[in-house]
Structures are given as structure tokens and as C-alpha cells.
Design a protein around this ligand. Structure first.
Ligand code: NAI
Ligand code: HPV
Length: 527
């Protein structure tokens, strides 16, 4: 099988690219593509790896014929049309802890640079000057830092600022008093109350309707004279035009910004101010953060391409590890059963019932439904199903899905049975290494591991029929690798499940249909 292809559109650490290649993926790095080039290129690729600069619009997603996974080698995914990706069953995942420390350290770097005029002094020295009196700074020690957003980065900034002897105050309506206390931050529940108290303000907020424009002229006016403002989160939280006005008026002492409205940003109202310390979205650009982001993203992209669970998928509900341990090994088994059902019955079922028994009886079964639907619908090539869009795909194809659980797995530790419009199949997993075994099909009890190709016969039970099957297959050079015969004595019917090797073509099938008397059904199953 040809290697799956991954398109990487931004600079990702070599370790990340190697991790993709180590997993047998073909990796193409194409930097600085225009949106049109991306649309023209994407149809060839199974996965896309991006950072913050690549816009993955609905147009890109609609052009992406084979795309299964979009991996964001970083934290925030605000450049991907998540709805469009979800509709197409494309997993969007990130590396959510990869660059938090780097972002917190960059925040500290900007605070210190602003407080001590580092950038201006450096520029002056490079001009051959020695201006000790011009660049007198302020200490962080005993100054008040207001932190807006006490999440992951805000918390790391609090810990670091505390080590500098700063007094910490904060605003985050979703932060528990316990967390604030642990961080040594005095929480306020009113933005206005906090503003006059701070010598330094830093924002670690997501970009939302509430946070865009959260700081404008009214807020800046209430702040202390000479306040230093930092933003390593997202552009728009501070109103940049009014920042420029307040810098020009000398009310704001300095600003340190890492994020801009239109990136790349070559000009802004702030560029003219030497006490506006600007960095080109560098918070995550450290060797360590990039290595983590690249390697983690590679792992999740490969998992998504394999059909395995992606723990950081943003467009599907995460399953706790203990649930995954229980149901995860059954996902391929359900996919296999879905595919067998699709091949036994020509129609897409209207009603699908999945029953989990034994040790599976208490866990969330949604991922098994997704696996079954994937087997059913992918075989029929009507839809690409992933855990991301399984539910909406079932709806779209008019399949009513029901799940049930039983404590009793009839002698097995666990088992899953599926009924699709009356056609029944069940399997168990002795252990992961040995794969799934079919334990029931159409009400016949059996015990067989389906192979790549199988022939399934159902006929009126009578002596000699297995011999006929063996003879016909033997004459055609088709090797039987495993066979299982099961009967329903009350009904005088038998089912024979035969795993075979060799080419089974229409002639062979016709010969079998003709030769095996009393034949009710013959299915040729390929997995
Ligand atoms: N410049 C860069 O390279 C990077 C920037 N970031 C940005 O840093 C920011 C923070 O990231 P994390 O700490 O990982 O996020 P997080 O989700 O861990 O924390 C965000 C915090 O903001 C709080 N919050 C949400 N809405 C709020 C509101 N209206 N008022 C007050 N608090 C509110 C939440 O309760 C949460 O505690 C994000 O905007 C992210 O985009 C993250 C990584 C790198
Ligand atoms: O991870 C994030 O959210 C960032 O903002 C970092 O973006 P980047 O990977 O440096 O383009």
C-alpha cells in the first residue's frame, strides 16, 4: 500500500518531521504557500500539519479529497474552519501543552525588556552610543502585576512573577479561589476595580467575544500613570489604536506585544514608538517548545491516520483513558463487523443495534458505534466516517442507532454484538494480540477469526456439502486456511465460514452456487 502523505505548511522542528517519517508517512514541507496554492495542493494529502499562519478555510477543506487529520503543532487552533472539518470527518488536533512554558517565559522577557529598556538600549549601543542616563528602568520587585486569565499560561506567569517578588492580582471569573490562592494571586471579580492598582498588566485570555476589545480608552484611562502592558495571547484584546494614543500621551509607560491583528504585521500604529517592544509571534518559538509541538503532533497525526484515538482531537469528545483501555481494542473489531454486514446486505441499514456485554457493559460505547459505521459506510464508499462525524453521518444516512449493555457475556469476558436490520453478528476479543473472533453470525454460534477473504455459505443441512465446497475450491486452486461449520439443528440449516487464499472470481462463485445444493446464501467477504 502506498505511504500516506502529510503536507507540512509551516516550519516544524526536524524532530517532528522525523517522527512522521519514522511512522512510515511521506512528508512534504511546502512553506509560504498562497491560499490558492494550498487549495490546489491539498487533494493529494491525507494529513496536514500547520502552525498559526496557515488558514485552513472551508474552501481548503472542501478541496481536500483524502484529508483525515489536521495537526496544529502548537496550542490555539483559530485558523481552521472547525465546523467544515467536522462535517467532513476530519480530525483536528493540537499539542496543547507544548509551548506553555515558552509563552510564559516570553511574557517575562517582554516585562523585563519593557521595565529595563533592553531593546532601546541595545539599539542605541549598536549606533555607537553609551546612554546610561537615558535608560533608567524600574524593578519588578514589589510592583503589582495584574494577570487577566489564570489558565495554564497565566498560572505559569504568576509563579515566575512571584519569584521576582511581585504582588499578584488577577481577574478570571472561571478560576477557583483555591487555584488563585495556590498561585498567590488575589482575585478580583471586577475588571474596573483592578485597573488602578496595577503597575504591570498581562493578558492570558482566549480570543472570544468577551475578550476582544476588553481594553480600550476607558480602561487605559483608569490605569496608573506609566503602566506597562503585555500581550502574548492574541491580538484584539487591547485596542491597538488607543494603545498608540495613550503611549503618545505618556500615560502608558511601555507595551510588550507578541501578537498582531494581521500577521505577518509589517506596520501598525505602534511601530513608531520605541517603548513599544514588538516581537513577531515568538512566544512559542523556542527549540524546546518546537520539538515538543512537532513530536506530539506527529504522534497524534499518525494515530488519526491509523484510525486510532487522538487524545487531543478538538472536534470530538475526549474519552478518558480507562474507557479507551476497555473499548479501544474493540474498535477494529466493530469496523470489521460493520464491513461484513455491509457485504452481506446490499442496503444501508435503517436500524443498527450495538450491544456490549461483560467487562464492556459499563463504558461509553460511542467509539464502537463509530467503528461499526466506519466499516459499514466506508465499505459502501458512501461516506468517510471517523469518530468525529459518526453521529452526523448516521443521521444523514437515516440510520437509527441504539446501544445496549449486558453484564452477562455468555461465557466470554466481553463481547460486542451488532444487529443491522435483523442481520446479526457478534465477536469477542480473547486478547489484543490475537485479534477479534466471530462468535455469532445470523444466530449461528461459531468461533473463527475472519481472514482477508472468506466465503460464507448458508444451506439446508445435509451430508456431503462441505466435500463439494472443498472440491470446487481445490479445482480452482483456492486454498482453504480455516473452516468452521455450525448448525441450527432445529431448522436443519448450516452455516460454513471458510477463510480462503487465492483469487475468488465470479466464475468460482457461480460454480459454487450451482454445485452446492440446497444453498440459501453465499457471501464473499473481503476485509
Ligand atoms: N503567542 C503565542 O505564541 C501563544 C499564545 N497563546 C495564547 O495564550 C492565551 C492563553 O493560553 P492558555 O493559558 O493556554 O489558555 P487557557 O485556556 O489555559 O487559559 C485561559 C484563561 O482565561 C480565562 N478566561 C476566559 N475568558 C475570560 C474572560 N472573559 N475574562 C477573564 N478570564 C477569562 C479562562 O478561565 C482561563 O483560565 C491564549 O489566547 C492563547 O492563544 C498560547 C500559546 C502560545
Ligand atoms: O500555539 C499557539 O497558540 C501559538 O500562538 C503559537 O503559534 P506558532 O506555532 O508559533 O505559529
Amino acid at each position: 500500500m502506498a505511504a500516506k502523505k502529510v503536507l507540512v505548511t509551516e516550519k516544524v522542528a526536524d524532530a517532528g518531521l522525523e517522527a512522521l517519517r519514522d511512522r512510515g508517512l511521506e512528508v512534504d514541507v511546502r512553506l509560504d504557500m498562497t491560499p490558492e496554492e494550498l487549495i490546489a495542493t491539498i487533494p493529494d494529502y491525507d494529513a496536514l500539519v500547520i502552525r498559526s499562519a496557515t488558514k485552513v478555510s472551508r474552501d481548503v477543506i472542501e478541496a481536500a479529497e483524502k484529508l483525515r487529520v489536521i495537526g496544529r503543532a502548537g496550542v490555539v487552533v483559530d485558523s481552521v474552519d472547525l465546523d467544515a472539518a467536522t462535517e467532513r470527518g476530519i480530525i483536528v488536533c493540537n499539542a496543547p501543552t507544548s509551548n506553555l512554558v515558552s509563552a510564559a517565559e516570553h511574557t517575562m522577557a517582554l516585562m523585563l525588556a519593557c521595565a529595563r529598556n533592553i531593546a532601546q538600549a541595545n539599539a542605541s549601543m549598536h549606533e555607537g552610543k553609551w546612554e546610561r542616563n537615558r535608560f533608567v528602568g524600574t524593578e519588578l520587585y514589589e510592583k503589582t502585576l495584574a494577570i487577566f486569565g489564570l489558565g495554564r499560561i497565566g498560572g505559569l506567569v504568576a509563579e515566575r512573577a512571584k519569584a521576582f517578588g511581585m504582588k499578584l492580582i488577577g481577574y478570571d471569573p472561571y478560576c477557583s479561589p483555591g487555584r488563585a490562592e495556590q498561585l498567590g494571586v488575589t482575585l478580583y471579580d471586577d475588571v474596573e476595580a483592578i485597573l488602578p492598582l496595577a503597575d504591570f498588566v498581562t493578558v492570558h485570555l482566549p480570543k472570544t467575544k468577551e475578550t476582544i476589545g476588553m481594553f480600550g480608552p476607558d480602561q487605559f484611562a483608569r490605569m496608573k500613570d506609566g503602566v506597562i502592558l503585555i500581550n502574548t495571547a492574541r491580538a484584539g484584546i487591547y485596542n491597538v489604536d488607543s494603545l498608540a494614543d495613550f503611549l503618545a500621551a505618556g500615560k502608558i509607560g511601555a507595551v510588550g506585544l507578541d501578537v498582531f491583528q494581521d500577521e505577518p504585521c509589517a506596520e501598525s500604529p505602534l511601530h513608531e514608538f520605541e517603548n513599544a517592544i514588538l516581537t513577531p509571534h515568538l512566544s512559542a518559538s523556542t527549540v524546546e517548545a518546537q520539538r515538543r509541538a512537532g513530536v506530539q503532533t506527529a504522534e497524534y497525526v499518525a494515530a488519526g491516520l491509523d484510525g486510532s484515538i487522538v487524545p487531543t482531537a478538538l472536534n470530538m469528545a475526549p474519552l478518558p483513558p480507562e474507557v479507551m483501555d476497555a473499548v479501544g481494542p474493540y474498535v477494529p473489531a466493530c469496523q470489521m463487523m460493520g464491513s461484513i454486514l455491509a457485504q452481506m446486505d446490499g442496503e444501508i441499514p435503517q436500524y443498527l443495534k450495538l450491544t456490549a456485554a461483560g467487562s464492556l457493559s459499563t463504558v461509553d460505547l460511542s467509539i464502537l458505534v463509530a467503528g461499526t459505521l466506519k466499516g459499514l459506510l466506508s465499505y459502501k464508499r458512501v461516506a468517510m466516517v471517523t469518530p468525529v462525524n459518526a453521529e452526523s453521518m448516521a443521521k444523514r444516512h437515516g440510520i437509527k442507532v441504539e446501544t445496549l449493555s449486558h453484564a452477562d457475556a455468555e461465557g466470554y469476558a466481553s463481547a460486542v454484538s451488532i444487529v443491522a436490520d435483523g442481520t446479526e453478528i457478534a465477536c469477542t476479543l480473547a486478547d489484543e494480540a490475537h485479534g477479534a473472533r466471530l462468535v455469532s453470525l445470523l444466530g449461528y454460534k461459531l468461533d473463527i477469526a475472519p481472514a482477508g477473504q472468506s466465503l460464507v455459505f448458508e444451506y439446508e443441512d445435509a451430508p456431503g456439502r462441505v466435500g463439494v465446497i472443498g472440491t470446487i475450491l481445490g479445482e480452482q486452486g483456492i486454498n482453504i486456511t480455516t473452516m468452521q461449520i455450525c448448525t441450527k439443528p432445529d431448522e436443519q440449516r448450516a452455516l460454513v465460514y471458510v477463510n480462503v487464499e487465492g483469487a475468488v472470481d465470479d466464475t468460482v462463485l457461480a460454480e459454487l452456487r450451482e454445485g452446492v445444493s440446497g444453498l440459501a446464501n453465499l457471501w464473499y467477504i473481503r476485509l
